[in-house]
Design a protein around this ligand. Structure first.
Ligand SMILES: Cc1cc2nc3c(=O)[nH]c(=O)nc-3n(C[C@H](O)[C@H](O)[C@H](O)COP(=O)(O)O)c2cc1C
Length: 180
């Protein structure tokens, strides 16, 4: 069975980005789903020189390695991705070998603003460029006014968003098959 890893750029308990990756995993269909915990130390080169990768980062690297595909959703903070997400990407980039090479990755965003965090999503794609992942970014999933777009079960209310998320998951499935 396909193994999906979800990475949310928000640590909030009620984070709409976490709801979005869970919803995307549901729409993907038959798959096992694991969620990353980005509550990891801030990157500090001194700490890395002394201790190597923290245990929480090693866990994340292992989760990426074991996943057939990764779903990442980022909020938009001041036109960019969150420090939490960038910190995690920076730590993982210090792992040798990298777990990212040829990994199918679907990117999404959810934000309070009218553009649904698309500027952050564009930045996320740029930040992933050095990792040689197989990035799936169409159809575009950028949930605007995200606090109002999920019902009490965490499902997307607006059918238009459900359709675009389903299409993105179809594209991800095709990418997974292509890489097998
Ligand atoms: C520091 C900070 C900066 C923000 N900047 C933006 C922004 O540039 N654009 C935007 O649409 N929303 C912005 N927001 C609002 C977030 O989109 C909103 O809090 C969103 O729900 C966060 O995602 P989450 O629900 O997954 O935590 C900002 C929020 C914070 C805390």
């Amino acid at each position: 069975m396909t193994k999906l890893l979800g990475i949310s750029g928000s640590l909030r308990t009620d984070a709409t980005n976490t709801k979005l990756i869970r919803e995307a995993a549901r729409l993907f269909g038959d798959a096992t789903y694991v969620e990353a915990d980005l509550n990891i130390p801030l990157y500090n080169g001194d700490d890395e020189d002394r201790d190597g990768l923290p245990a929480a980062v090693q866990t994340l690297v292992q989760q990426i390695t074991e996943a057939d595909a990764v779903l990442i959703s980022t909020p938009e903070y001041n036109s960019g991705i969150t420090g939490v997400l960038k910190n995690a990407l920076d730590w993982v980039s210090r792992s040798k070998p990298t777990p990212w090479t040829n990994k199918p990755v679907a990117v999404m965003s959810a934000a309070a603003g009218r553009a649904g965090g698309i500027r952050a999503q564009t930045m996320l794609r740029n930040c992933m460029t050095p990792f040689n992942v197989r990035l799936v970014a169409a159809s575009e999933v950028a949930i605007a006014s995200s606090g109002k777009e999920f019902d009490e079960n965490g499902q997307l209310i607006n059918e238009r968003y459900q359709v675009s998320a389903s299409r993105l998951m179809d594209a991800l499935k095709a990418e997974i098959e292509h890489s097998n």
